[in-house]
Design a protein around this ligand. Sequence first.
Ligand SMILES: [Mg+2]
Length: 171
Amino acid sequence: MLKNFLPNEHVKSVLDITPAKLKNMGIKGVITDLDNTLVAWNVRDATPEIIEWFEEMKRYEINVMIISNNDQERVSIFSEPLETPYVFSARKPLIHAFKRAAKKMNLKKEEVVVIGDQLMTDVLGGNFAGFHTILVVPIVKTDGKITKINRMMERRILHWMRKKGMIKWED
Ligand SMILES: [Mg+2]
């Protein structure tokens, strides 16, 4: 049960995930969360660093798709300038949006990583769908309304996992 919440990897920032590293792992596609993964949940547009990250992925021919539980307005305003396909109201951790994304990229599940800042949605859904999951540290410590509830559960799960020695990283 608990291991469904365990990411395959944990990194500080999405910027630590380089296309060269992904290529080495045989990865051809990235499914990434938006809020608190790419930018703070209350920041409208991509930062120069994130724009560069998307361009770098493109240079290495790694497909990137944004999959967010947030609404159409938020996700489209952020994603369209990056010329990146996106799914809004994705209802993570349900696996439909993840599966559809991999299909759209025409990739097998072994060729895709899922990146996100939440155990309850990104990691759980990514694991259920059978992808390699990478947890990032949330960009800011605050969250939108629904996420606040998820975070309460997340803190408990992290506590249990830590007690059982399942995770090694620091807070
Ligand atoms: Mg998020």
